[in-house]
Design a protein around this ligand. Structure first.
Ligand SMILES: [Zn+2]
Length: 123
């Protein structure tokens, strides 16, 4: 038996995911709890809200992308119900305060958000 041991002590097996359809896109990504006002599991991320763009199948370190369809909620509105988004507005006195913006559900689907930074967790 002359087989060589090819396992390395610090092996990594990094898989790059092109999107939510990649085989490992949802590895170790939890399903998001449903937000009471939302209707259906997001068709893009299937309720996860985000997916791996890169994952190491040995250490499970990963980089993730936020879903642009549900903005990370994992759930979406169906139909034309407005979606509530938290936002900051300036009052007349010049103080910022939180408001809830109502956005039609259909508009959310058309938003492109490519500016979401990718942060590897746990570093
Ligand atoms: Zn989604």
């Amino acid at each position: 038996m002359g087989g060589k041991n090819r396992l390395m002590p610090h092996a990594s097996n990094i898989v790059v995911c092109d999107g939510p359809d990649s085989p490992h896109a949802f590895d170790i990504v939890p399903i998001q709890p449903r937000n009471g006002s939302l209707d259906a599991v997001c068709p893009v991320c299937r309720g996860h809200g985000q997916w791996n763009t890169e994952i190491d199948l040995v250490s499970f370190r990963c980089k993730r992308a936020i879903c642009s369809r549900c903005l990370g909620a994992g759930w979406v509105e169906t139909g034309n119900d407005p979606v509530e988004l938290p936002d900051i507005e300036m009052t007349a006195e010049g103080y910022p305060h939180w408001v809830i913006r109502q956005v039609p559900g259909e508009d959310m689907a058309e938003q492109e958000r490519s500016d979401v930074p990718l942060l590897p967790p746990g570093t």
